[in-house]
Design a protein around this ligand. Structure first.
Ligand code: SF4
Length: 279
């Protein structure tokens, strides 16, 4: 058994909240470059350049990439050989979020759904914990903006809808979203499981590096086909027209009930931010 003080988790979550919000991943910057080569709209190219420049300034000056610094979504892979000491895991994560949003001067974006009164410190966090083999802890912080989250959906298709049903729903979702999720987007798709598991699969699929292949050949093909259809819609960067409506479609799949066909689409804006650390 390896003993880990939960204070270490608080420190990591704090740092990751700030890093994720100011330092856009190299994979995203490279995806902007590839998009600029393909984009036909001069305005679209200009916007992609501006997005890169915005990311450069954010990193150099340690300021948020976007004013919406997001809901703190935290994934924890907890090694089953770890003994947590010094406190409670959930509280340690919440404290990390509190400190990260305070010390990084990040906007607090969490409120009561009825009164709309802000919780004041960007908590509670959304915490997904999985117990895994080993004696380490992997912490991923993925702040999620409201504009793109609002355009996300879960639907229970019928088994007879098949792969064509997936294509139709995903492309239609992106079309109806228009400029709302601040395109170019990354479209996370969760297929199978149950109602809630499909949504989690869609969110997790967004953690895959941009430009990487889906390890399942069938899904990899489907991702490319849907991306091609999406980029024919003409929505373009920031919704002002062009070929780059989405940078990628990412899919995760698991078996489902014989009577069901759950499908979730989690749309991610171009601020594709997530950072991770291992303890
Ligand atoms: S959707 Fe993304 S880019 Fe648009 S405001 Fe929200 S965080 Fe910012």
């Amino acid at each position: 058994m390896r003993e880990i003080d939960v204070k270490l988790i608080t420190e990591k979550v704090r740092d990751l909240c700030m890093k994720a919000n100011t330092d856009l991943g190299e994979d995203v910057l490279q995806a902007f470059d590839r998009a600029m080569e393909r984009e036909e709209s001069p305005l679209g190219i200009e916007i992609l350049k501006e997005l890169k420049e915005n990311a450069r300034i954010a990193k150099e000056e340690s300021v948020p990439i976007c004013q919406d610094t997001g809901f703190a979504v935290v994934f924890i892979d907890l090694g089953q050989e770890v003994h947590l000491a010094g406190g409670n895991l959930k509280e340690a994560i919440e404290e990390g979020v509190r400190q990260g949003f305070r010390d990084g001067y990040l906007r607090k974006s969490v409120c009561h759904p009825f009164t709309r009164v802000n919780t004041g410190d960007n908590t509670p966090a959304i915490i997904h914990t999985e117990v895994v083999p080993g004696d380490k802890i992997r912490v991923i912080v993925a702040p999620k903006g409201g504009g793109s989250e609002n355009m996300s959906r879960v639907v229970m298709l019928t088994p007879s809808d098949g792969v064509e049903g997936i294509k139709r729903f995903v492309v239609q979702r992106v079309k109806e979203s228009g400029s709302n999720p601040c395109p170019p987007t990354i479209v996370g798709v969760g297929i199978g499981g149950t109602f809630e598991q499909a949504a989690l699969l869609a969110k997790k699929s967004l953690l895959r590096p941009l430009g990487s292949k889906n390890p399942v050949p069938e899904l990899d093909r489907l991702e490319s086909e849907i991306l091609t259809e999406i980029n024919r819609l003409g929505i373009g960067p920031q919704g002002l027209g062009g070929r780059t409506t989405s940078l990628a479609v990412h899919m995760l799949l698991m078996p489902c009930h014989i009577a069901s066909f759950p499908l979730a689409v989690n749309i991610q804006c171009h601020v594709q931010r997530h950072k991770e650390a291992e303890i």
